[in-house]
Design a protein around this ligand. Structure first.
Ligand code: CA
Ligand code: CA
Ligand code: CA
Ligand code: CA
Length: 458
């Protein structure tokens, strides 16, 4: 046989060649397979990325929608109050992890009775608990933390109509030297943000350590220079002046039902009529001689004090009486909701009186705090009387600082609204997107939401 004549070596060769070829094919196939696998992996990875991105986009949209829903909820809440003007208790409405479909919202709030710490507070923020930029005197402004005498003077020059420079202040002459130059406004502030234009205001004075403006001591706000902002790492949140300022606080100078109030500086006859109607003839006969001969009253508090009017009696009079003839009263500070740094700016209260006011108002019922008369029980009378012209116990402007997340706690929207009830029905005074300031709900809640998201993905 021909084949058998082929030597064994050369007979083996094609087999080997064949095997080598098969080996090469296997290697190529393996390479292709490997290639395909990596392509598949790459593709899968990008699919996953796209899926994640789409999912995040959905979560972000959900968060935005939930934030808008929160605004509608707060508007409804405010339009449905039985006694508009009475400070709201966060226990009476939803402010924390409120579900809207797969999304949730929180109202970033403050506790006026406690120093801020790393835990967020939830609820609406009372604008009347702040000092009004348009009505506070220079002396009051100067007492705010971080405020400089120069900035306080420049604020007054900014809002007053004239171009007369007050000591240490700034009028157009100063602003026109800036690059770019601009004029001093010489008109009231329309928002607190406008402070950025005022000479001497910088970010540190305006926002202090609370760079994300949530009233929470976040980790980066208490680590010194390790991460921005630069802070003093003392375990306390040293906020800037914006935390304590508003331009919105005002109330209508009519009774709740719209009828005009009686000006107690308008004459004894009018006062007598009101007293008889509210308290009866006997009490009126006792009170009238105490009031003196048609003296001028600086405040209702002074009227209560001179007439020895009780808390219960004051509650029957407060809505009926006034000391001013204007249609509205601007800038009164609510002594129920103002935090200590605001209270201590008020004449008569000061650094010494502020803790006493806070100690007194805690654990009191709404009825016990229903009129400004309680300040006479919290402070020495001469101190309370000095504060009288600047204070109220009513609030008509509320900030809803809404933070919302989409499904699985992802996506974040933060929008701030200010609603005004002074005209009866709530109107929107201000809306601003604060999402760029980052996570506002504290470390614990972020950890909880991240854990929830992981659980969901399993
Ligand atoms: Ca001016
Ligand atoms: Ca903060
Ligand atoms: Ca820091
Ligand atoms: Ca600090």
């Amino acid at each position: 046989m021909k084949a058998s004549s082929v030597p064994a070596k050369s007979r083996l060769k094609p087999v080997l060649r064949h095997r080598r070829a098969r080996g090469a094919v296997l290697v190529i196939v393996m390479w292709i397979a490997l290639g395909l696998v990596s392509v598949a992996l790459l593709f899968g990875g990008s699919m996953m990325l796209e899926y994640r991105a789409a999912d995040n986009a959905v979560a972000a949209r959900q968060a935005e929608t939930a934030a808008a829903g929160a605004a509608r909820y707060v508007r409804f809440l405010l339009s449905d109050l039985t006694t508009p003007g009475e400070p709201l208790d966060a226990a009476d409405y939803s402010a924390e992890a409120v579900p809207v479909g797969e999304a949730r919202f929180w109202l970033v709030g403050r506790d006026p009775n406690e120093d801020p710490d790393e835990h967020p507070r939830f609820g609406l923020v009372d604008e009347a608990g702040k000092l009004n930029l348009n009505t506070a005197t220079r002396e009051m402004l100067e007492l705010l933390p971080r405020m400089t005498a120069e900035l306080a003077a420049a604020i007054v020059d900014w809002r007053d109509e004239d171009d007369d420079l007050s000591p240490d202040g700034a009028e157009s002459e100063t602003y026109l030297k800036l690059d770019p130059p601009y004029n001093c406004k010489n008109a009231p502030f329309e928002s607190v943000d406008e402070l950025r234009l005022v000479y001497g205001a910088d970010l540190e004075i305006l926002y202090g350590e609370d760079t994300n403006r949530n009233g929470v001591l976040d980790p980066n706000e208490d680590d010194g220079d390790a991460s921005p902002p630069s802070d003093n790492a003392d375990g306390r949140l040293d906020a800037g002046i914006c935390e304590y300022l508003t331009v919105y606080s005002r109330q209508s100078n009519t009774q709740a039902d719209g009828t005009p109030r009686v000006n107690i500086n308008g004459g004894r006859r009018q006062i007598e009529e009101v007293l008889v109607e509210a308290l009866g003839e006997t009490r009126t006969a006792e009170i009238m001689p105490l009031l003196g001969p048609g003296g001028q009253f600086r405040s209702l508090l002074e009227f209560y004090y001179r007439g020895q009017i009780t808390l219960d009696e004051a509650a029957l009079l407060e809505d009926v009486l006034t000391v001013s003839d204007g249609d509205e009263i601007r800038g009164l500070v609510n002594i129920i909701t103002a935090p200590e740094p605001v209270l201590l700016c008020l004449p008569g209260i000061g650094e010494e009186g502020a803790p006493a006011v806070i100690a007194y108002r805690q654990n009191k019922t709404a009825d016990e705090l229903a009129t400004v008369a309680w300040l006479l029980a919290a402070l020495a009378p001469e101190r309370a009387l000095e504060a009288g012209p600047y204070i109220t116990v009513k609030s008509y402007q509320w900030t809803a600082d809404v933070a919302a997340t989409g499904r699985n706690g992802r996506g974040l929207a933060r929008i701030q609204w200010v609603f005004d009830l002074a005209g009866g029905q709530p109107t929107t005074l201000y809306r601003r997107d604060l999402s760029h300031l980052g996570w506002p709900l504290g470390v614990d809640l972020r950890a909880t939401l991240t854990a929830e998201a992981r659980e969901e993905q399993r």
